[in-house]
Design a protein around this ligand. Structure first.
Ligand code: PSU
Ligand code: MN
Length: 299
């Protein structure tokens, strides 16, 4: 692939054979408010390094896919308004001659997986994945994250689908398209700020080595797609699902449609929860990065 640029740290890890973990940039541009977006980006990278792997935060800047960002790149993503959310459908545009119209592209789960795969990275950490939105019958809004998980062999560590979604339908969709949903130390699919959803995962693992073995087993099958590792938010910041439902019900009818829906809901619920949802969101991203680092090291 042309238009791909590795940071010095990532380039060195690739030649040394050190484990690499992809991190996304939509969290920085759309998922978290300034300046938390910068501190979480830094802390997530540190968590990967603590686990003896190397972080590669991914974004598209001025027509170039950057695998590994410098501090100035993170700052630019964190402070620019109108950064474009990139997924499979518009990634080509951001990397083409049309890039002038969208100079700064933040990669969602979908675009991060595509570019990580191009870069030879096998593990990726995020917060909560996108999924089937509530009201899907009207909107047909199903995150491109789900399509990507079905097709691209980059293992994703998350804390489950975002709880603002229709969780039963999201799990059904994951099953239909063949994504292996694994609970890390849990038997129920976590629900982002909540530790459980009442929905069973496909299987449970308790160590990074077991996850690595599953990733290799899926690779051997040659069926494409990936494994979704669901790591529940830490107990002291978890919020019970009834409390969360109250916040969601209070604002979901006012939410915009399309790509704006998820960022709007996250910001609105951060307000309604007096920052509790934000505190959980920040910590789970960092913890997922650390687990992904341990998995990459085990691979
Ligand atoms: N995880 C978080 N916060 C986020 C996201 C993930 O904790 O904001 C982002 C990811 O980039 C994911 C996107 O791909 O939300 C889903 O957006 P949508 O629902 O528009 O597909
Ligand atoms: Mn959508």
């Amino acid at each position: 692939m042309q238009n791909i640029q590795f940071s010095v740290e990532v380039g060195k890890a690739k030649s040394d054979g050190t484990g690499l973990v992809a991190l996304e940039s939509t969290l920085i541009s759309h998922g978290l408010p300034y300046p938390d977006n910068i501190t979480v980006a830094i802390d997530a990278e540190a968590a990967v390094r603590n686990a003896r792997s190397v972080p590669a935060t991914i974004a598209v800047m001025d027509g170039v896919a950057k695998i590994g960002l410098e501090a100035a790149d993170v700052e630019r993503l964190a402070t620019t308004v109108n950064v474009v959310k990139l997924s499979r459908h518009n990634l080509t545009l951001a990397l083409s001659a049309l890039a002038g119209a969208l100079p700064l592209g933040a990669t969602t789960v979908s675009a991060t997986m595509i570019l990580a795969h191009q870069a030879g990275i096998r593990v990726f950490a995020t917060g909560g994945i996108g999924g089937v939105h509530r009201g899907v019958n009207e909107s047909m809004d199903i995150s491109a994250d789900l399509f990507e998980l079905a097709h691209t062999p980059v293992a994703v560590v998350c804390s489950g689908p975002k709880v603002i979604l229709d969780l039963p339908r999201t799990k059904e969709y994951l099953e239909t398209v063949g994504v292996t949903v694994i609970g890390y130390g849990c038997d129920e699919m976590p629900a982002f700020w909540a530790r459980s959803s009442g929905i069973a995962v496909d299987g449970r693992v308790d160590t990074p080595a077991e996850v690595a073995a599953l990733i290799n087993a899926r690779k051997d099958l040659k069926i494409g797609g990936t494994i979704l590792i669901c790591n529940p938010v830490t107990e002291n910041l978890a919020i019970d699902i009834e409390t969360i439902e109250g916040w969601i019900e209070g604002c979901i009818d006012a939410a915009p449609t399309g790509a704006a829906a998820t960022p709007w809901l996250l910001a609105e619920i951060a307000k309604r929860s007096d920052g509790r949802s934000l505190a959980a969101n920040k910590q789970l991203i960092i913890d997922n990065a650390g687990l992904a680092g341990a998995i990459a090291a085990a691979l």
